[in-house]
Structures are given as C-alpha cells and as structure tokens.
Write a protein that binds this ligand. Structure first.
Ligand code: FAD
Length: 326
C-alpha cells in the first residue's frame, strides 16, 4: 500500500497548524492501515527548509523536500506541477491537503491531473473496507454527510483547519529526502509581490486558550465593554456570534462559526448565545463549553459542559468580582 502524504503548509517562516493537525490524523490512519506517513515540503531558502524539515521529521516516517527559492511563497502553478509529478510517481494511498486558501486553490487541479478522487472540507476521515470515508458538513453545517469513494489507486482529501487536535508531540525520527524539481515544470504565471495579513486585528481567536464569547443576548454595542473587561481580567480573548458582527458591534475577525472561524480553546464561555448549528460547528474543538443564557431551553445547553440559566450580566459581574478579589 502507498503512503499517506501530508502536504505541508507554511507562511511567513512558520509551518501552519493545519500541517500538524493533518499529520496527527495521518499517523492514526497509518497505524490502522500499517502504512507510512510522508510529509511533503515545498519551500525555500535552504536555512528555512532545514528547520521545517526537522520539525516535520518528528511527525512523519519520511519528509520529501523540494527546495527552491521560488517556493519561498505559495504558487499554484509550481505546487500543482511538482505535486502532480510526485503523486503520479509514488502513488500515495491518500493525500491530505489543508482546506485553506492554498488547498482550495490547488487540490482540485491536482485531483484532475492525477486522477485521484477528491473529497473536500473533511471534519473526520474514517476507514471502511480499506478505503477512506470522509465526514463533511452539508447545508452550512446542518447535516453531517459520509462520503465514500469508488475504488481508486489513491484518494485525496482536503482537511478543515481545527478538525483534528494535536494532542501529542511528534515522536518519530523520519528521514529527510531531497527531491529534484520535475524538468518540465511550467514557469509560474504569477509573481508574488507581498504578503498582506487580512484584518486579523489584535486578536487571533483560533489560538486562544480561553474565549469569552458574546452573542446577540448582550443587547447593544455599549454592553460589549463589560464583557471585554471580564475577558481581560481572566486573561481571555473576546469572540462572538455572527449577529454581533452583522450589527458592527465587533469586527469580523472575532466571529466563531461556519462563516467565521473554528476555534479550539480549553474553555469557551458563551454569553447570550443561543447555540445555532452554524455557531456550534465552530466550537467542536473546545475542551470545555460553559454557557450562560437566560432561556433554559436554549440549544447551547445541549452542547455545554456546564450551563447557567441566568442573565449574562449578573454572571459577568459575579465573575469580575471574583477575578478582582483574586
Ligand atoms: C449561511 C449562514 C452562516 C452562518 N454563520 C454563522 C457563524 O459563523 N457564526 C454564528 O454565530 N452564526 C452564524 N449564522 C447565524 C446563525 O444561524 C444564528 O442566527 C446566530 O448564531 C445566532 O446568534 P446568537 O446566538 O448570538 O443570537 P440569537 O440566536 O438571537 O440568541 C441570543 C440568545 O441570547 C439569549 N439572551 C438574551 N438576552 C440575554 C441575557 N441578558 N442574558 C443571557 N442570555 C440572554 C437569548 O435567550 C438567546 O438564546 C449563520 C447563518 C447562516 C444562514
């Protein structure tokens, strides 16, 4: 059986979390299939490549490295050219790609060029009769579907960031193998100018251990300040549901959910959030959900580990007093 390939993703000198999330899942699948995990790294220059390859080797049995100055930044022509040749030559059983702006760009072309069928936006990958089955959401997260593949030489899946938790540190000592770029590689038709961070603001809710999240129940924009104060006192980060963004009470980068961000805090404190499926789909990675809602029948209580059926302001003031008293 071929390996499980994980295509590494990096940006601004860092390997992105999605790479390790995929490697973690690939490791578990490889155990069941008795096959190897191969990380594939396209990067440059050499100093960066060395550091990246070393990190990846702790998670993979092999790291295949394509090093070139042009691979310092992402280019879909180069990625599809290199990866299509590699996949055709090595015929991996499964190729995992991040369901990110990169993956969304090159995975469909790669699937067409290699003939490996593609399922996108996986929140889980199972094995059935020796073939992968993909769990993915439909209708904006209302339904979970299970996607099967027709038998094929290999399969391809894009993985939703945050779908798999990285619970352990990598303990492998994979070999790093330098690869030559294919000779007939098409010259890039685009030129990278500069990397401009999207409005990430001063917070990154995807990296926070404690999220204090507000919903429409907060009532009005002016009330956000008291919740922000609680978040600051607890050392947490403020996040919110979509209506809070729609009403311009907070910028979009605070939004949790299917059209916002998937988060994976240790504690998610939901204040005045009803628990619509589009919101809850974004918090499946949270270790502990604590919900405060004055409606004791609110759906958020179905997914909460702890629930308080009360006015959120009463709870916020009590928590603030407790935090201040030390
Ligand atoms: C395509 C699509 C994508 C979407 N994507 C997202 C998304 O990414 N993220 C997202 O969040 N939503 C998303 N939504 C919207 C989603 O369907 C819900 O409308 C939204 O999550 C509801 O937000 P909410 O819980 O803050 O508000 P509401 O549903 O209005 O709930 C407010 C809650 O606050 C409680 N409450 C009111 N006052 C108080 C008080 N004083 N104290 C305590 N509790 C109080 C109420 O009992 C109620 O349960 C999407 C919808 C669509 C159609």
């Amino acid at each position: 059986m071929g390996d499980i390939f994980v295509i590494a993703e990096h940006r601004n000198g860092e390997i992105r979390d999605i790479t390790f999330e995929m490697l973690q899942k690939a490791g578990a699948l490889a155990k069941d299939l008795s096959c190897n995990v191969t990380a594939v790294l396209l990067a440059g220059p050499s100093e960066v490549v060395e550091v990246f390859a070393d990190k990846l080797s702790k998670w993979a049995d092999r790291v295949l490295v394509f090093e070139d100055e042009r691979l310092k930044t992402y280019d879909s022509d180069l990625y599809t050219g290199i990866l299509a040749a590699l996949v055709q030559e090595q015929q991996p059983f499964l190729t995992l790609v991040g369901h990110t702006s990169w993956g969304l760009d090159y995975a469909p072309t790669l699937a067409v060029r290699t003939g490996h069928p593609l399922s996108t936006d996986a929140t889980d990958i199972l094995l059935e009769d020796g073939r992968p089955q993909v769990i993915r959401q439909m209708y904006g997260g209302k339904l979970f579907s299970r996607v099967s593949f027709d038998p094929s030489e290999g399969y391809m899946v894009t993985v939703r960031p945050g779908a798999f938790q990285v619970e352990t540190a990598g303990d492998k000592t994979g070999t790093v193998v330098s690869q030559n770029l294919p000779e007939a590689l098409q010259s890039p038709r685009r030129e990278f100018l500069e990397f401009e961070e999207t409005a990430a603001g001063d917070v990154d809710i995807t990296q926070a251990d404690l999220l204090v999240s507000v919903g429409r129940g907060v009532g009005e924009a002016d009330n956000i300040a008291t919740v922000q104060e609680l978040a600051d006192l607890l050392g947490g980060t403020l996040s919110c549901s979509r209506p809070v963004v729609d009403k311009n009470w907070l910028p979009k980068y605070h939004q949790v959910g299917t059209s916002g961000k998937s988060v994976k805090p240790k504690v998610y404190l939901a204040l005045g959030i009803s628990g619509a499926f589009q919101h809850v789909a974004g918090i499946t990675g949270a270790d502990c959900v604590i919900a405060v809602n004055k409606d004791k029948k609110a759906p958020i209580f179905r997914v909460a580990d702890y629930g308080i059926a009360d006015d959120l302001f009463t709870v916020v003031e009590a928590l603030k007093a407790k935090a201040k008293s030390g």
